[in-house]
Design a protein around this ligand. Structure first.
Ligand code: NDP
Ligand code: 8X3
Length: 259
């Protein structure tokens, strides 16, 4: 049976990778879960699983987060009680392309900027007023090591994640006096995701970037997000920079084999 006291978490980009692992963990722990993404079948399958296996309320919102009207329409389709979000996890995002700045594709740049920055803003603008009204809430942005330092050919992806870092900091300045916690996690390489496949447009050879070292898994990141959001209400973890043991920095990795 649904728990009437259960908190509600909204996770963008939950059809795969970090978002899917995080949604699954929250559902397993009894939270009502709202998941978003563009792939309807994956969303519906997850929603059914959460309802049946974990007996929680689950809603699936299928929309492209780059489209502000579609984002608003999806948000407005939620029953008012489900619009009272306790935890917003701004996860939807991608890297597209891996070219030096003079060879990059404008459409790749636009897709990253529109998703990673503008999409994050669109959903935050819809969710945060209700948090302000309720005088509570928690927002976790998924940044990256790429948001703290640049690497060769990472140019525009890094720029979007630097923007996420700036937004996390400014959102906290604006919202802390309303009792809202804002923090972010900045992971290094994470497998069990479609990140590399998307970045290299399905080229499996190029996307095989985790064969020779142990990166984080999407479940590792989900565990940390769950930890961040289950501290006592006076504790706000502002940023966690997390990498696999074999990764020392954005570009220094022990690629001598999985250990
Ligand atoms: P995945 O590709 O597995 O997941 C990305 C998710 O974002 C998918 O659910 C996808 O859903 C959603 N998404 C992408 N574009 C849109 C869009 N236009 N509208 C709606 N949803 C969208 O990758 P990850 O799990 O790795 O990525 C999650 C986040 O983690 C990203 O912000 C990424 O930058 C960040 N990150 C990833 C790291 C890694 O090494 N994997 C490391 C550090 C940070 P759908 O396709 O159904 O729309
Ligand atoms: C994803 C990690 O190093 O590919 O944000 O930028 S990296």
């Amino acid at each position: 049976m649904n728990n009437p006291l259960a908190k509600t978490v909204l996770i963008t980009g939950a059809t795969s990778g970090i978002g899917k692992a995080t949604a699954t963990l929250f559902a397993k722990r009894g939270y009502n879960v709202i998941i978003t993404g563009r792939r309807l079948e994956k969303l519906e399958a997850l929603k059914q699983k959460f309802k049946k296996k974990y007996a929680v309320k689950a809603r699936a919102l299928c929309f492209d987060i780059r489209d502000k009207d579609a984002t608003k329409k999806a948000w407005n389709s939620l029953e008012p009680h489900l619009q009272k979000i306790d935890i917003l996890i701004n996860n939807a995002g991608l890297a597209k392309g891996f070219a030096p700045i003079h060879k990059g594709k404008l459409e790749d740049w636009e897709q990253m900027i529109d998703t990673n920055i503008k999409g994050l803003l669109y959903i935050t603008r819809l969710v945060s007023p209700k948090m302000v009204k309720a005088k509570k809430g928690h927002i976790i942005n998924i940044c990256s090591t790429a948001g703290h330092g640049v690497y060769l050919n990472g140019n525009v992806y890094s720029a979007t994640k630097f923007a996420v870092d700036a937004l996390t900091q400014s959102m906290r300045l604006d919202l802390h006096k309303h009792g809202i916690r804002v923090g972010q996690i900045s992971p290094g390489h994470v497998e069990e995701t479609e990140f590399a496949k998307v970045r290299f447009s399905g080229d499996e050879k190029k996307a095989a970037i985790y064969n020779d070292f142990n990166p984080l898994t999407s479940r590792d990141v989900a565990d940390i997000i769950f930890f961040m959001t289950t501290r006592k209400s006076h504790v706000n973890i502002q940023d966690l920079l997390v990498m696999g043991t074999q990764q020392a920095s954005a570009s220094i990795i022990d690629r001598s084999g999985r250990k």
